[in-house]
Design a binder for this molecule. Structure first.
Ligand code: UFG
Length: 329
């Protein structure tokens, strides 16, 4: 199959491309390199630099390549930034997807796998979270991702396009090659921030809130290895290629770890004391987010292979130790 990966130079996108290439698929990447990295573009993929809001650019890819399916990662994804600059999210995430879907319909490309998020649920009503639970996002990031899901649904009803939305929980870890990994600027995610301490880039890590209703008072999250997420995209493309119906799937390990447990595991992995400073809560953080991924297991045949937190942090550490400044020289 020839697969177009939008946002294939980003964190989850580049890991998915790597797994697709290893599986022998033909891959075309498009990325505007705003948050993606040219160094993360897989040399075995064909690369187009450009923005999905540019209809001519998107049309030119579908005109030049005979694309069987699209995997769509090209979006902004910072919760905090979305609160202060919501229209950026409506423009890139929603308008970008609108242009993409128009072009797909015009070119008869009818399969899309889309990176959605646990942020579509908002404050969960029960744990673990099921796909049928209520979706009431508490920030524009989650709101635009949910709207992107809906846009695909209604485009499907009108034009026969089929989609799979994958709602990730906390993506983390890095590829086994050590060549690609997580590199955000600014970095806001817990594991990379923790690893900046043993890397000599910060003195300590902050714990945002110690008074949550959890076993040690710190937030609980479901950490899922990026390579396991990547594999789910491949399974989702195959599912659609076999005629599967449009659907939404959670992707997580189904196990929650507190912030303190994550820091403790990182101490074990790195052998560094990693001082932690107890700090006030960060706005908008739900106490607990844990996925039920039973549906993805049953319907897509997905099975996380790197479920241990220690293994996840080891893979992240391998990347960050050798690339303390991400892809920057
Ligand atoms: N945290 C700290 N200290 C830090 C950074 C984070 O204590 O320096 C805590 C957060 O408060 C949170 C946990 O660590 O409780 C994980 O935080 P991340 O920022 O790593 O991840 P989030 O759970 O906030 O975000 C993830 C995804 C988002 C998605 C969101 C859904 O990265 O894309 O889950 O709620 F939107």
């Amino acid at each position: 199959m020839k697969i177009l990966v939008l946002g294939g130079a980003g964190y989850i996108g580049s890991h998915t491309v790597s797994e697709l290439v290893d599986a022998g698929e033909e891959v075309v990447i498009a990325d505007n390199l705003e948050t993606g990295h040219i160094e993360a573009v897989n040399p075995k993929a064909k690369f187009y630099e450009g923005d999905i809001r540019n209809r001519e650019f998107v049309d030119s890819i579908f005109d030049n390549e005979k694309i069987d399916a699209v995997i769509h990662f090209a979006a902004n994804s910072l919760v905090g930034e979305s609160m202060t600059n919501p229209l950026k999210y409506y423009d890139n995430n929603l308008y970008g997807t609108k242009v993409l879907l128009e072009s797909m319909v015009a070119h008869g490309v009818d399969k899309i796998v889309f990176s959605s998020t646990a942020a579509t649920y908002g404050e969960p009503e029960s744990i673990p979270i099921l796909e049928t639970d209520k979706t009431e996002p508490t920030n524009p990031y989650g709101e635009t991702k949910l709207s992107m899901e809906k846009m695909m649904k209604w485009t499907g009803v009108a034009h026969g396009l089929r989609y799979v939305a994958l709602r990730y929980f906390n993506a983390c870890g890095a590829d086994k090659s050590g060549e690609i990994g997580e590199a955000h600027s600014p970095e806001t995610h817990l594991i990379p921030l923790i690893l900046q301490v043993p890397n000599g880039q910060r003195e300590s890590v902050s714990i945002f809130g110690t008074d949550y209703d959890t076993k040690d008072g710190t937030c609980v999250r479901d950490y899922i290895h990026v390579t396991d997420l990547a594999q789910a995209h491949i399974l989702a493309v195959k599912y659609l290629a076999k005629g599967g119906e449009s659907d939404v799937f959670n992707l997580g390990n189904g196990v929650g770890f507190t912030v303190k447990e994550v820091i403790e595991t990182a101490r074990k992995v790195t052998g560094h004391p990693i001082p932690a400073v107890e700090s006030p809560r960060r706005g908008g953080d739900p106490a607990k987010l844990i996925a039920s991924s039973e549906k993805a297991k049953k319907i897509l045949g997905w099975k996380p292979e790197h479920a241990s937190l220690e293994e996840i942090i080891e893979s992240a550490w391998k990347w960050h130790k050798n690339h303390p400044n991400g892809y920057a020289k």
